[in-house]
Each structure stands twice: as structure tokens, then as C-alpha cells.
Design a protein. Structure first.
Length: 137
């Protein structure tokens, strides 16, 4: 797989509009970024009954990106995109491409994502989930 470049105009971009809220933030490819990404994504759904699940699923995807992709290398990054609207949230975690083959196993993280998310998937270096937030956004 070719290197994936994560280009962002700034570390954090937030957008509000009639369809809801959205934002993108780039994090360093280090373990310290997992809690930062989790808190940032959770801030989109304060008070939601789904907030803890949103935080857990974000933690799993960001951890996998840092642990299993080129994002963990010096200067590596992970981008997190959030879109909130129509009573649901979608979170995309984009890393810099794989280092370790998935045949080595990824533990239970992706199984947790599949179990808790309403929908989830993988498109190249992007892993994503969507979840109902328990109300209109």
C-alpha cells in the first residue's frame, strides 16, 4: 500500500451548518493522542446516552491506527473526522497505511466496534463507525 498523506489546513477544523456539526482534527501518532482524540470526539455529544460508546469506539479505532499503521512512525499522524446530524454521529479515523498485516490479529478492538456501532467499515486507511446519539442533533 502506498504511503497515505494526511494533509490538514490546521490541527482542528470545526464546521457548523443546518445539517449538524462536523470537524476534523489531526493527532500525532502516539499513545498520548488516544485520550485527546476520545475527549475531542466525545465533546460533540455532551449529555448523550451514546457518549460513552462514542468514546470507546473512537479509542479502539485510534489505538489500532497508532499501533498497526505507519502513523506510529516518527512524524506520523492520525486524522479524526466527526459528522453529527439527524440524531447520529459518524467518526472516521484515517491513518497513514498499514505496517502490520491484519493476519497477525488485532485483538478484540474491531469486534467491539462491530458489536456496538450501528454501522462500521473500512475503506483503505479509513476506519469508521456511526452510532445513534439518542436524540436530534
Amino acid at each position: 500500500m502506498p504511503d497515505v498523506t494526511i494533509a490538514q489546513p490546521s490541527p482542528e477544523t470545526a464546521i457548523s451548518g443546518p445539517g449538524g456539526r462536523a470537524g476534523t482534527r489531526t493527532f500525532a501518532g502516539s499513545a498520548e493522542s488516544v485520550s485527546k482524540a476520545r475527549a475531542w470526539v466525545k465533546s460533540f455529544v455532551p449529555g448523550s446516552p451514546a457518549a460513552d460508546d462514542v468514546a470507546l469506539l473512537t479509542t479502539e479505532l485510534v489505538t489500532n491506527s497508532i499501533k498497526y499503521s505507519r502513523s506510529r512512525c516518527a512524524g506520523g499522524q492520525v486524522a479524526v473526522k466527526v459528522r453529527l446530524g439527524d440524531g447520529s454521529i459518524r467518526v472516521d479515523v484515517i491513518d497513514q497505511g498499514g505496517i502490520i498485516s491484519y493476519s497477525h490479529g488485532l485483538g478484540y478492538g474491531l469486534a467491539i466496534v462491530r458489536e456496538l456501532a450501528d454501522e462500521c467499515g473500512c475503506e483503505g486507511p479509513c476506519h469508521w463507525f456511526s452510532l445513534r446519539t439518542g436524540g436530534a442533533s
